[in-house]
Design a protein around this ligand. Sequence first.
Ligand code: PXG
Length: 460
Amino acid sequence: MNLSAQINRRTEDYQQSDAAHHIHGFVDQKALNAEGPRVMVRGEGLYLWDSEGKRYLDGMSGLWCTQLGYGRRDLTAAAAAQMDQLAYYNMFFHTTHPAVIELSELLFSLLPGHYSHVIYTNSGSEANEVLIRTVRRYWQVVGQPQKKIMIGRWNGYHGSTLAASALGGMKFMHEMGGMIPDVAHIDEPYWFAHGGELTPAEFGRRCALQLEEKILELGAENVAGFIAEPFQGAGGMIFPPESYWPEIQRICRQYDVLLCADEVIGGFGRTGEWFAHQHFGFEPDTLSIAKGLTSGYLPMGGLVLSKRIAEALVEQGGMFAHGLTYSGHPVAAAVALANLKALRDEGIVRQVKDDTGPYLQQLLHEVFGNHPMVGEIQGTGLLGALQFVEDKATRKRFANENDLAWQCRTFGFEEGVIIRSTLGRMIMAPALVATRAELDELVDKTRIAVDRTARIAGKL
Ligand code: PXG
């Protein structure tokens, strides 16, 4: 490994070469090229170093994925050993391999008992692509082939490929590349922004009832599934009111619509439960997984199926014309296995539930509960969101909230902490191995960034 040689190149060299060759995600490329991206060169635990030698506490686990933090030698050793043993094979044409089998044994030991099968992918987007085909195939197999429509939510995020972005509700994504047929959307349960005079409980119920209305409008006989993140991640870390999920569950059962939970962000301990639907107390038929499955060390995702779906596909479905070259990739599987073992055997998920999670929530409420800039604090486990507000009494948001949040994020970088901004919300989701001291540092540096932003906004 020639890390030092890489770091010895000048930052500007990297930036020029980067600008010459890359189209980055979700950014104005020309503006980025003018500014130059930060070049990250090393990670250890919760910390990252850039090419200038500046250190950051990564409050976002990369992109919500490094549950174990950076630099875990057990994961790199698992990858190396598997590469030596069997670097690649596939699950096509009547073959399988030990790495993927051992991973699935462990995965299903962690999941509630009504799940039995998984189709592995390389990413969360692919998991949701596979979801659409699998759900539609299921309804064909059980004799209701007209059940094809998927319902998603506005401002939901399910990935960046064509069908995954169609399931998601980011209109600006639909406008760049188009939609697919047989997808519909209902509103998001974002009480702070859209709740008006309703209590959160009333609003949550109202949002859930939109699903019933949409199913009746489209005809239950045509609706295959409803997909949602248990809490919205990329859309702003939005937690639905408590009344929301029980009502959604009732509606899906009543109309025989599959309930598809996108656990790409919420899965693998983030909320203090292994999966976010357990935190919110509902029972999905499918789970889309990725990110924390490997702690982001290698790309891997999957679609987990309930016994009801899997049995139909296996017993009655015959051949399912689907498969990916890298489905169940042995090296990714070996890393995922090592990752899940560490999360379980080191008691990390339990620690998030019993200790570090409640500690972070308490800190956020102590530090930001009366902050003039913050109108709402949401979170659980190692998740925290701060909603910027201009007028707390009326929940009036700043007209320039997006700019303010971006500015806050930039202040964070200057202070040595990485937090994420979406519209008027600041988001944190540190690695699950974070200690209390690291959470102190995260919240302290975030407070400095928020205070600096509040001064710009005339709130301090
Ligand atoms: N579902 C959910 C809920 C996600 O958050 C995907 C699917 C797609 O996964 P892949 O592996 O195809 O990226 C995601 C991805 C952000 C951010 O800034 C979030 C994601 C990706 C990039 C940025 O919050 N989530």
